[in-house]
Design a binder for this molecule. Structure first.
Ligand SMILES: [Zn+2]
Length: 186
């Protein structure tokens, strides 16, 4: 019975994974169909713009982007935003994302782009990163203080010795000098 229980469990687990994959694929397909639809709408707007430009050319008038094309251009802006949102949804379903610098497709959790090397700032992680950096800076500050204190300590220990050394050196130097002078005189 145990054996059959295990097999049933394994089978239902495999079934669940397959079902999840199928659901993902169906969602992704829907997103891609919607994206294509939006791209088609943008192409139609491009056509409208082209027509308007040509009509102005026929009657020998300048075209004004502000007066003649603003409606079409605003529509394209909105459609492009929608496409980008859908693209990100599709990438997310496939555990991928676009590099923010070079747009290469990389893994969803990748910290760096394998193509251009750019660090991928995760919106959710930025706050955490800042906190981490603060902590590191605080630790550094503490370390600096400690080493400064150490330096002061070391200097105060060294000072008497250093004075002694300098005295000896000075004497030695003078003696040598006298010798040299003596040698020159002789
Ligand atoms: Zn990149």
């Amino acid at each position: 019975m145990d054996f059959f229980d295990k097999i049933t469990k394994k089978a239902s687990k495999a079934y669940k994974i397959t079902a999840d994959k199928t659901e993902k694929f169906a969602k992704d397909t829907k997103i891609k169909i919607k994206m294509n639809d939006l791209k088609q709408q943008i192409n139609e707007l491009y056509e409208e713009i082209g027509k308007k430009v040509y009509e102005k050319h026929i009657i020998g008038e300048e075209i004004s982007i502000k007066n003649d094309l603003e409606e079409e251009l605003t529509k394209i802006d909105v459609l492009a935003d929608e496409i980008e949102t859908l693209l990100n949804q599709s990438l997310d379903l496939n555990d991928k994302k676009q590099c923010k610098i070079c747009s290469t497709l990389i893994g969803k959790d990748d910290k760096y782009c394998y193509n251009c090397g750019a660090k991928q700032e995760d919106e959710n992680q930025t706050a955490q990163d800042n906190e981490d950096q603060m902590t590191i800076e605080e630790i550094k500050e503490d370390k600096d203080k400690t080493s400064l204190e150490k330096t002061v300590e070391v200097e105060s220990h060294v000072n008497p010795d250093a004075d002694g050394t300098i005295d000896i050196k000075d004497e030695g130097y003078d003696e040598d000098n006298e010798d040299e002078i003596d040698d020159e005189e002789n």
